[in-house]
Design a protein around this ligand. Sequence first.
Ligand code: AMP
Length: 211
Amino acid sequence: MRLVLLGPPGSGKGTLGTMFAQAKNISHLSTGDMLRKEIAEKTQLGEKIAPIVNAGRLIPDDLMIDVLKHRLAAKDCAGGFVLDGFPRTTAQAVALDAMLSQLRMELDAVLLFSVSKNEIVRRLSGRRICIQCGKIYTADYAKSVCEKCGGRLGVREDDKPEVVERRLEVYERQTSPLIDYYREKDLILEVNGEQPPEKVLGDVLSVLKNA
Ligand code: AMP
């Protein structure tokens, strides 16, 4: 199973991606997680991209495509993957097509999550990140420490209100054209993302079964 998750920030791509990958025993490739790890580890790439990510803008396509090319060719992706956060521009989608064709792979579906703006703002303003290991917690997580490593929770730099507005604009302008791109390829499956995660997962499984 090879899937792309599409939808605005806060539409549940990360949560669903983790749950789906676990259920199907395939790789969850979150470009946001990959970039945040580089930033937290203060690598050369991390230092370069931190101001861009923290401002809610997109990393240049060539850099992002290069990161993903290496990741997709790794052994653990041979059995399937869920792409979460990539592609985000038409140039990235075209590059993904080329990468997959070189690997003799094809996408099975692109899941499009619909969520209202009010709900997105509610989710992003309540979302927390573990300062130590980077695990993301939804607005419904009630504890103040990470269940995985005991680390302290904080607010993601790009979940601050002024940055959220920019990320939503960037989504509309640069990423939402991908809906038509994939609709033309007959790959889009729509999912109501404004439901509890277990219900979203159930809908995803049934929509994929009936596709
Ligand atoms: P996410 O966790 O998917 O919301 O991504 C967080 C941030 O990482 C985005 O706002 C961008 O700054 C950067 N990012 C993640 N994926 C991409 C991508 N495919 N292209 C460009 N920038 C990206």
